[in-house]
Design a protein around this ligand. Structure first.
Ligand SMILES: Cc1cc2nc3c(=O)[nH]c(=O)nc-3n(C[C@H](O)[C@H](O)[C@H](O)COP(=O)(O)OP(=O)(O)OC[C@H]3O[C@@H](n4cnc5c(N)ncnc54)[C@H](O)[C@@H]3O)c2cc1C
Length: 500
């Protein structure tokens, strides 16, 4: 279904725009609809304690949101409005606030994660009890829910035909920006008693992180600057994207997560370039399509994450007996802390731990290493990423972990097991990425840096590497681990045979 525009303008005297993961003014679907439908629009954001209370006290994402809100508030102010920012449980806060502001309708962009749907259902009920309408709109995906279906009306579970259908459906209508600025005269300043500065991190119980030192740009200005930079090298994306030492990808994940960029704008630009034959742009558009693909997978298969439990897309994969107990815990800690003895894996874990970002190729390598070399349940790695990734997105994270563990919808076959040494030789041939994150290995030659245990004792000594002291010996033997994994996954084959 195309986005539905309200037929009648100005049907409400006053409305409330509830920002969530859409922290921008331009091309914001719900803001546009609110401004069209209401004579006055007040804006709010809630730092939702239902989400924040369980997070570590230093969290780059919270700081990113806070900095982006400062920019959003200033921009709304310039346009005649302003932002009310609350620190509360959102599902308890919105209806009383809407009532206190005397609005007739609340507008928001929808969020299809099961917890968010649950929250919104409760908010809808509380608002309905107060006689206030609640309107939600698609904004975070180009296509979501049932918009792209197979010819027999079923959701896709395989990416390639989904992508074909997605591209087949795409036209200018779906990419057109909502002209928010045409209607901003409806923005209203929050009433005096609700007007406060955006709370500091300390006010909401958080500490400063290294976000500023990392120069991660925030807000829609930051998102635009990153996209401008990426636009100048998008044509090289296809070749560059797999090499972690190269500035190949866009680094826009966190902006897509919090809506400081519009996915319509990004997809539109990439689509236009790809139509002109830019293969880099076409490949990048494909990545945005993966994002939509996983959104709709989660929508249609919420059982994978419901009730705080993670289940395999393919149930037979939940029969796998993962390595557990003290030794498994020790292996998991080594993985988390980048002490596996496999340099590419350890450098990748250093990257996520120090910056909250991990290059896509490395996400695939460390995920495969966790479940297929260490024999650990993919859910442990998924949870770790959930806490540490700046761009953590439930649907993409779950989808990709299930891809790596082979339990997912369109996954890597279970017998395909990344070799962490050959991946390293192929994608970090000169060891530049490894040297950046593991300086203790920096003096090793390119030929042994991927597997320091193969170096001659004299070479190790000359490079100042003491295996077992300043860099670990490998915690597993890849070839042996591979055999164990094939045995571990045999149960899947048996279950598949039995069900035939
Ligand atoms: C184990 C694992 C876990 C992952 N967890 C997440 C996650 O929590 N959040 C997340 O956004 N991506 C996740 N990804 C996908 C991908 O690694 C990141 O989107 C990408 O590295 C983000 O960097 P970028 O913005 O520079 O990406 P670019 O290469 O510039 O891609 C642009 C955008 O396309 C989307 N995209 C790219 N690759 C994928 C993909 N494979 N699946 C879905 N969307 C994709 C993202 O929104 C990304 O920001 C995961 C991948 C793996 C293998």
């Amino acid at each position: 279904m195309p986005p539905i525009l309200l037929a009648v303008d100005k049907i409400y005297p006053k409305g409330l725009m509830w920002f969530r993961r859409d922290l921008r003014v331009d091309d914001n679907a719900a803001l546009y609809q609110a401004l069209r439908a209401c004579r006055q629009v007040v804006c709010v954001f809630v730092f939702d304690r239902a989400i924040l209370d369980s997070l570590p006290r230093a969290d780059r994402r919270v700081e990113f949101i806070r900095e982006s809100l400062v920019e959003l508030d200033a921009e709304l102010h310039t346009l005649g409005g302003g932002l009310i920012v609350r620190h509360a449980v959102a599902e308890d806060e919105i209806a009383p606030l809407a009532h206190a502001l005397d609005v007739q309708a609340v507008f928001a962009n929808r969020d299809d994660e099961p917890d968010a749907l649950d929250r919104d259902a409760k908010v809808l009920g509380a608002l309905a009890n107060a006689g206030i309408a609640f309107h939600t709109y698609k904004d975070q995906a180009v296509f979501d829910r049932d918009e792209v279906l197979t010819q027999v009306g079923q959701p896709y579970t395989v990416f390639t035909p989904y992508k074909r259908a997605w591209l087949g459906k795409l036209d200018a209508f779906y990419l057109k920006a909502y002209p928010v600025r045409t209607y901003t005269e409806a923005l209203a300043r929050p009433p005096e008693k609700f007007r406060h500065a955006v709370p500091s991190l300390k006010d909401i119980g958080f500490e400063k992180t290294n976000l500023a030192d990392l120069e991660i740009p925030t807000g829609s200005q930051g998102g635009s600057a990153l996209f401008d930079d990426f636009s100048r090298r998008i044509d090289r994306y296809r070749e560059a994207r797999d090499f972690p030492s190269v500035r190949g990808p866009s680094y826009l994940g966190i902006h897509l997560r919090f809506g400081t960029v519009s996915v319509r704008q990004l997809a539109g630009a990439a689509h236009q370039l790809s139509q002109q034959g830019d293969e880099g742009a076409a490949t990048w558009l494909g990545e945005l399509i993966w994002r939509d693909f996983f959104f709709q997978i989660l929508t249609h298969h919420p059982h994978m994450v419901e009730g705080g439990k993670r289940r395999s897309f393919r149930p037979e994969y939940d029969k796998i007996q993962w390595h557990h107990g003290k030794h498994a815990d020790m292996l998991f800690d080594a993985w988390c802390e980048g002490r596996t003895g496999y340099p590419l894996v350890d450098a990748a874990m250093a990257q996520i731990n120090q910056t909250g970002y991990m290059h896509n190729r490395l996400r695939m390598v460390v995920a495969s290493f966790l479940c297929k070399d260490l024999g650990l349940d993919w859910r442990r790695g998924e949870r770790y990423f959930e806490t540490h990734l700046n761009d953590f997105e439930l649907s993409s994270n779950n989808g990709n972990w299930q891809w790596a563990s082979s339990s997912g919808c369109d996954a890597q076959p279970y017998f395909r097991i990344f070799n962490p040494v050959t991946q390293s030789e192929k994608f970090d041939p000169e060891g530049k990425f490894i040297r950046r994150y593991l300086p203790q290995l920096s003096k090793l030659s390119d030929s042994v840096i991927h597997a320091p245990w193969t170096a001659a004792p004299l070479e190790l000594e000359a490079a100042g590497v003491k295996l077992g002291e300043n860099y670990p010996n490998p915690i597993v033997d890849h070839a042996e681990a591979r055999e164990r994994t094939l045995q571990r996954y045999a149960v899947v084959k048996e279950a598949q045979r039995d069900s035939r």
